[in-house]
Write a protein of this length. Structure first.
Length: 131
C-alpha cells in the first residue's frame, strides 16, 4: 500500500468529511476524486484511527510522559489507546490517572508523535488546533 504525507489542515478537512468512523480516509478520497465505491478486498489495511474528543489519532501514534523520573509510553493499536503495560485505556486522562493516582488532565499530561512525525507535541495543542 502506498503512503502519502499530508499537512494537518488537510488531515482535519478529511476527518471532517468522515460522517462516522466506519468511513475510512480512503472512502473520503475516493468520493472527492469521483472514483466510486472501493472494492473492500483491494484495500490492504483499513483505518484504525482512534478519535478522542474530536481529535483523530492514527494507528501507531505514540505518547510519552516522564513522571517522577520514569518515562511512560502508550500507542494507538487497533484503534485503541494501549499503555506500555498492555492495558487499554478509555481516555488520555484515564491513562494519566493510572500513573499518577491523582485526578489529571491527560490532554495536558501526554505528549504525542504521529506516525512519520519527528516532533513531539502536547496533546492539548492538537485539541486546540482542531477546535
Amino acid at each position: 500500500m502506498a503512503m502519502i504525507e499530508i499537512d494537518f489542515d488537510v488531515f482535519k478537512a478529511l476527518t471532517a468529511k468522515r460522517a462516522m468512523e466506519a468511513i475510512t480516509y480512503n472512502d473520503v478520497l475516493r468520493e472527492l476524486l469521483q472514483l466510486g465505491a472501493a472494492n473492500r478486498g483491494s484495500v490492504a489495511r483499513q483505518s484504525c484511527d482512534c478519535v478522542l474528543d474530536g481529535v483523530s489519532f492514527a494507528e501507531g501514534t505514540q505518547f510519552r510522559k516522564t513522571y517522577k523520573g520514569q518515562t511512560y509510553t502508550a500507542e494507538i493499536k487497533n484503534g485503541r489507546w494501549m499503555g506500555a503495560d498492555g492495558k487499554p485505556r478509555k481516555s488520555p486522562s484515564d491513562a494519566a490517572v493510572s500513573i499518577t493516582k491523582n485526578n489529571v488532565n491527560g490532554w495536558r499530561f501526554w505528549e504525542c508523535k504521529r506516525p512519520g512525525g519527528v516532533e513531539w507535541q502536547l496533546m492539548d495543542d492538537l485539541r486546540r488546533q482542531a477546535a
